[in-house]
Design a protein around this ligand. Sequence first.
Ligand code: 6R9
Length: 658
Amino acid sequence: MSETLANLLNETREFPPPDGLAADANVKADAYREADADRLGFWAEQARRLDWARDWDQVLDWSNPPFAKWFVGGQLNVAYNCVDRHVAAGLGDRVAIHWEGEPGDSRTITYADLLKLTSQAANALTDLGVVAGDRVAIYLPMIPEAAVAMLACARIGATHSVVFGGFSADALSSRIADASAKVVITADGGYRRGKPTDLKSTVDEAVSRTDSVEHVLVVRRTGGEVAWTDKDHWWHETVETAATEHTAQPFDAEHPLFILYTSGTTAKPKGILHTTGGYLTQTSYTTWATFDLKPETDVYWCTADIGWVTGHSYIVYGPLSNGATQVMYEGTPDTPHKGRFWDIVDKYRVSILYTAPTLIRTMMKWGEDIPAKYDLSSLRVLGSVGEPINPEAWMWYRQFVGRGNCPVVDTWWQTETGATMICPLPGVTAAKPGSAMSPLPGISADVVDDQGEPVPNGGGGFLVLREPWPSMLRTIWGDDQRFIDTYWSRFGAGAGGSGDWVYFAGDGAKKDNDGHLWLLGRVDDVMLVSGHNISTTEVESALVSHPSVAEAAVVGATDPTTGQAIVAFTIPRGSVDTSADGGEALIAELRDHVAKTLGPIAKPRQIMLVPELPKTRSGKIMRRLLRDVAENRSLGDVTTLQDSSVMDLISSGMRSGK
Ligand code: 6R9
């Protein structure tokens, strides 16, 4: 981006918190003032939510930036905080996890059950020789054992590295090797789209290519045939026969809790390192604050996969440290039918739902008559994460899922930030469709121009974080220099400038006239059209605001006249019939619609109607691949693509002139 980001979309709708929710909300407006007045004092107060075995001596040590230490000298055990203390408080019978398998099987796991399972897994790992500081790779489907395995590692101070169960042997082996994992925890397989998928053979291949792995623990989920090696142990023969008592030892607040690899757009994945005390403080606080979680009465459901940071922070550590009751679902939203999610909400009386824009847009494509068939009256707070949410998708979520009376909280954060950073508070902040609104109490975010100067209200630029926060990444595993280069060398002291160290998030953003924040996608995706920086997000949102469009992805393609030209890939809604003219009339209408909504500068040069879009496994649109298509190049790295056949569909659609 050369100068600032054009500010094209003008959204004026605004929804205040519902009265009842506001009156009884966990967090009130004072929180912002308190945190502004004493940021470290505010975080110290939030850290008191946890049980510490030893108090900290200092809240933050920032004497060696950008390497932060939070709650210096403090000691605690993460698993104890997520499980044992709830049982000790008499809540052993409370359901921790209502687990729903894709084929329709289910399990109910109370906090007492979770304590037993986690203790057994901790004992089994210890018997296999795992000690504090060792790394354990976890490659599991969405089954309760995934949460148990993570907690068991935390319990004994082993650092887990969860690898998404859909990744290839290549991706798994490079992650095992990067962290020198000693043990891999996996399953024979899992269920996705109605079929058992095999995991074990992928692990065998990955393990054979690395030399650090001593043992592989295998959960039996599908009962499918598996090859067996001398490193393998069945979970049910090892964990489920282990002693059920285990005393959790406290660890230093800065003890490494987990590594999670971000795929990134560049070659080598980055192993994002999170530690113990600050991470648990912020995930615990934000789960309670962002969703107004009432652990006694709410039923919470986050639809993310555990292999994504959202699953770490908002399925495992955040909800469990609060003693919440939650739903965990193994499979896909359309198995065995397109109402599966709503069926689950109805069955468990889910009151807080946290999902991703990609899912909301998919549901829009399928039509609102599907959620209308279910009783969704238990819902009271709706969350969104993963990508900018288009205003029309936000409105659809609010209207057809939230029945018009649930606040929608759009939460901006990253693997690197560990926990939510920018989002409305459901009982305090009015919400605007498509805006993440304001930094949470204790967080300081800003939008700056390419010189690092704050942009005024109404301006756009780069999102930065000005102050360290408790759940921030501590480094990139094994590569401090890359940590500095990637996040801290763009602006401020780390770039040789004056003043403080400033974290560069890599996202474009704008401030509206009220100073509220709108996230505009990765800066790599920003288009430069005739000298104007235009965000892909705004053009996509304009397309999605047309009643015939379900999803859209926009890229800038090299153009001899304008430098870059806007090329849009658009999925029509299910009800739209384009057979008469191959979609030509619709395409013309959409080009005009974008020009009318955002101005002539944003009119796409080309619009392609496509059946699907390429997405990562966590549901983010992979614009990089669409740019390859738009510029007639062969495709780059497709290993993080969720479904590789999608690119064939798109390319063949283009060849047939659609
Ligand atoms: C939690 C997670 C991080 C990137 C981030 C941004 C995008 C996430 C968003 C959002 C706009 C939101 N992103 N939430 N953009 N509004 N509410 O997604 O982590 O997988 O590391 O991705 O996702 O671009 O920089 P991660």
